[in-house]
Write a protein that binds this ligand. Structure first.
Ligand SMILES: [Ca+2]
Length: 319
């Protein structure tokens, strides 16, 4: 049996999404079957252009299906101050529209899974709008994927006193996230900011990317500047979290996961911000309030960050 994971990537192609496509393309055990675009880090049109730009640089002939331009129930909030207005750090790249796959992203997500049941993995790296729209067409959609792995959510409730990080993917479209976390599934894996924001590409790793000179490493480091400008205000250092790449790493190598919990995930509001939490405290207990029942999600609570970051740098700097 082949150990290659055949992956459909749903992406709001900003900087860490581009890093993820570069990483997947460099892994011998991954095949990108199709890519669907969604607004989020940038406008949907820019996400599609960025998918075309990155796959073109890699020489990949992958169908691209255009997806949602806004959340289910509200206007999009585009974080141009994080990823640049164009999603790739405003480097002025020539980014023609990729050839259109010929059907909307939601329909493509359904068709691909029905054509190859149990064979494909779905990796969701943006707001969950396309997935929610696909679930309206086929409520059993997730059961047709080998697994669904998403970058999003915030893990269990954190220990009291912990700084709360908001995850843009859930916060951008809480209604879509609600639909996703309540849908029937085979395996749904949540790789949330509780683990991605502590999986850091530090100064020496960024220097290694800049020094490598390979096309993959060059693009990966060129687009970092606006991201570093933003994140330096978090830690006082020019380092970044590998949000989306870690989700790809967990999909390809579940051995990276050193701890996880399984249970219902609800989308909850803290003031203006929405978060997806496992309905468990940091001690593994149910929360003190009533919550909605939901099918079990595998919620990652710890990973071997050092091993993942080393692999990420190795793959991107390989000649
Ligand atoms: Ca993303």
């Amino acid at each position: 049996m082949s150990t290659t994971r055949r992956i459909v990537v749903d992406t709001d192609t900003g900087i860490d999404d581009a890093h993820t496509l570069l990483y997947l393309a460099g892994r011998a055990d991954a095949e990108i079957v199709a890519v669907t675009s969604v607004y989020g880090n940038c406008e949907e049109e820019d996400a599609a252009r960025n998918i075309g730009y990155v796959t073109g640089l890699l020489g990949l002939d992958v169908p691209v299906f255009r997806g949602a331009g806004k959340p289910l129930e509200s206007a999009p909030h585009i974080a141009g101050y994080v990823h640049g207005l164009d999603g790739l750090g405003d480097r002025g790249y020539h980014r023609p529209q990729p050839r259109d796959g010929g059907e909307p992203a939601a329909e493509a997500l359904v068709r691909l899974a029905r054509e190859r049941p149990g064979e494909l993995d779905l990796l969701a790296l943006g707001p969950l709008t396309n997935l929610a729209l696909a679930l309206r067409i086929d409520p059993e959609l997730f059961t047709r994927y080998r697994s669904v792995v998403l970058m999003g959510g915030s893990g269990p409730y954190p220990p009291p006193g912990t700084h709360l990080t908001v995850d843009a993917n859930v916060n951008n479209d809480p209604a879509a996230a609600r639909a996703v976390f309540s849908a029937p599934r085979g395996e749904l894996v949540m790789v949330g900011v509780n683990v991605t924001s502590v999986t850091l590409l530090q100064e020496h790793a960024i220097a290694a990317l800049r020094a490598a000179g390979t096309p993959r490493a060059r693009l990966a480091s060129e687009i970092l500047d606006s991201y570093l400008d933003f994140y330096q205000h978090h830690w006082g250092r020019r380092i970044i979290p590998l949000h989306d790449p870690l989700a790809a790493g967990v999909l390809l190598d579940p051995g990276l996961v050193t701890a996880y919990a399984v249970g219902p995930v609800n989308v909850v509001r803290h003031g203006p911000q929405a978060r997806a939490h496992l309905m468990r405290t940091a001690d593994g207990l149910p929360p003190a309030f009533r919550y909605e029942p939901a099918p079990p999600t595998k919620v990652i609570t710890a990973v071997d960050s050092a091993r993942f970051v080393a692999d990420f740098v190795e793959v991107l700097t390989r000649p």
